[in-house]
Write a protein that binds this ligand. Sequence first.
Ligand code: AR6
Length: 186
Amino acid sequence: MNRQPAWIIGQGRLVVAMGDLTLAEHEAIVNAANSSLLGGGGVDGAIHRAAGPELLAACKAIVAKRGPLPPGQAVITPGFRLKARWVIHTVGPIWHGGGHDEERLLASAYDASLALAAEHGLSNVAFPAISCGAYGYPLDSAASVAVGRLSAGIAAGLVCEAAMILFSEAAHDAFVTAAKTLLGDP
Ligand code: AR6
């Protein structure tokens, strides 16, 4: 992974990098899933392919027990064949123009993922740009929400490192700009 500006926040740091989340060596990676937890396209499909069929079985067991995962909530499974030991599955909002609670639900997806990481004693977690693909959330607005929630979580000591692993130059630029705006120069 190249080009990784980092912002120091209290005892921790926020990293913004380009790369493939399935290769991340963080303790946990976050999956931008859908409520069914049955896999799909985008980063969800890539994570399921890389983790192997055990991941789908683990997700099915969770849904059988507690039902579909509502937007803004998160659950955790092992990472199976991934380098990351854990996968935190969250569901972002589908963008419907901005007047349908999208911002609160996106913030909640980041908050719930960080809270789960903290509950499991995980100190570093890597995130994709939740909702910024198939779910259509505008990158710049999503980046501000993500940087705001991750920096608050790091400041509160929930995790030591949160990394955004972005899959395109455009997403990387949007997240670097949001971080510079909210946190200053790296
Ligand atoms: N590593 C990092 N980021 C990635 C990767 C990867 N390997 N692959 C894609 N991205 P999306 P959503 C980026 O569509 O918008 C799925 O079908 C991608 O470029 O994966 O939350 C689920 O099953 C984009 O910036 O997630 C749901 O049905 C970001 O990840 C639905 O899509 C998120 O795009 C969720 O939609």
